[in-house]
Design a protein around this ligand. Structure first.
Ligand code: 0X9
Ligand code: ZN
Length: 416
């Protein structure tokens, strides 16, 4: 399941291992096996948090970065992936940085090995480890079978490569009831968003009889949970490239969270097909965004939470413009209640701000949910704040789920 980069590193890792026998031997082996044009032994890909003081410095970072993990328009911190030359370039320019992950491929490889070992051991708790697309999708049926009176599975659409996009519909309400939509996995590498969505659904199913707050929400509302909105990307992240972000549309994928119609084509999105924030040829060009859009259009949705990682933030509209949204104060009050509820579970702080305050981005889900879907649309960036980035230790799935559930309940209790 290694990506092209990892395979390349593996080959070179083997060759480098030979260096213990003498550099000359390793060099000879390299020449014999792959010819004299082989690139130099790559250093690790390192994730760093860079402190930029000026636009020129920001531009310099953009020129050398291999990937952007999280952006910021106003703040000075950028999380980027660099190789050894990139690190040197920062040092030469005197740009300050702090290492988040010294070797992101080593971390991904360790995660893969751990999951493989866990599969062999088959632990009892489903949320003790990350789960792949098929396992998550099948788990929706398990939850529905556990409480057919509360839960049923519905197909929302089919992905670019033919995988089904499904959601769990949870409710004990009789007749027409307002809906709350939760989704994870717009971005393939943000595995915790998939686990938290699934786990929130699980907690609601198992807590209906025992937790009066869950009971009230499900008695009065319909909660839709779609854990994997981007199945092809998620499978690719598991099987080939842990840090894949987009869907798998040919040739380089589309960033689903730039493919929505509100502010489509605006700042913070790209028309370059190779870009990590490529918006696609037109709004809703992708079956994955259409599937979620159609659900929100057809149901009377009052709130939508789009789970992402990482950064520990609660973001509200607008995302495409720094102008305040019409109900900005209401959003801030709802977000504040969510942040307090989160802090009450494990003491973690989630920062609250409008999405564009973080950085402007056109074509994102929360703006569409608000303007076109008529719902209070939020993006929640889950754990961690920085640290390991997208590869979050599995011991944190449970606590992060506590935070997700606390936020969702706080929101559900306050919207009508
Ligand atoms: O860039 C995104 O799509 C989201 N962040 S992530 O690191 N998970 O990719 C945040 C989108 C929030 N919207 C704006 N910042 N406008
Ligand atoms: Zn994301």
């Amino acid at each position: 399941m290694l990506g092209a980069w990892s395979r390349w590193r593996e080959t070179w890792g083997t060759l480098a291992g030979l260096a213990g026998l003498g550099t000359a031997v390793a060099l000879a082996a390299a020449l014999l096996s792959s010819g004299p044009t082989e690139p130099e032994l790559p250093g690790p890909r390192t994730a760093v948090r860079v402190q930029v003081q000026t636009e020129t410095e920001r531009e310099a970072v953009r020129t050398v970065m291999l990937d952007l993990w999280s952006d910021s328009d106003t703040g000075t911190a950028l999380d980027v992936v660099l190789d050894a030359q990139g690190i040197d370039a920062l040092r030469e320019r005197g740009i300050g940085f702090e290492v988040l992950v010294p070797d992101i491929d080593a971390v991904a490889e360790a995660e893969r090995a751990r999951i493989e070992a866990a599969e062999i051991a088959r632990p009892g708790n489903w949320f003790s480890e990350y789960r792949d697309y098929e396992t998550v999708d099948a788990y929706l049926d398990v939850l529905a079978a556990r409480r057919p009176d509360l839960a049923r599975v519905e197909q929302l659409g089919v992905s670019t490569n033919g995988r089904r996009i499904r959601a769990l519909r949870l409710s004990a309400a009789e007749g027409e009831a307002k809906a709350i939509v939760l989704n994870g996995g717009q971005h393939a590498r943000e595995w915790i968003s998939v686990m938290v969505s699934t786990c929130v659904a699980d907690r609601m199913v198992s807590g209906y009889d025992t937790d009066p707050r869950i009971r009230t929400v499900l008695d009065e509302r319909v909660v839709w949970v779609a854990p994997v909105i981007n199945p092809d990307g998620y499978v690719h992240s598991w099987e080939s490239d842990r840090y894949w972000r987009k869907n798998r549309a040919e040739p380089y994928g589309v960033d689903l969270n730039r493919n929505w119609s509100v502010g489509f084509g605006g700042r913070g999105s790209s028309s370059n097909r190779r870009s990590q924030i490529y918006r696609g040829p037109h709004a809703f060009s992708e079956p994955e965004t259409r599937a979620l859009r159609d659900l929100i259009t057809r149901e009377p949705v009052v709130a939508h939470v789009d789970f992402h990682s990482f950064g520990q933030m609660i973001l509200y509209p607008w995302g495409h413009t720094k102008k305040p949204a019409p109900q900005r104060d209401r959003f801030a009050a709802l977000g504040d209640a969510m942040a307090s509820a989160i802090a009450a579970t494990h003491g973690e702080r989630y920062k609250l701000m409008s999405a564009a305050e973080l950085y402007a981005a056109g074509g994102t889900a929360l703006d569409w949910s608000y303007e076109e879907g008529g719902a209070f649309g939020f993006t929640i960036e889950l754990r961690p704040t920085g640290g390991s980035g997208f590869v979050l230790p599995p011991e944190q799935i449970g606590p992060t789920c506590d935070e997700g559930l606390a936020a969702v309940l706080a929101l559900a209790e306050r919207v009508d």
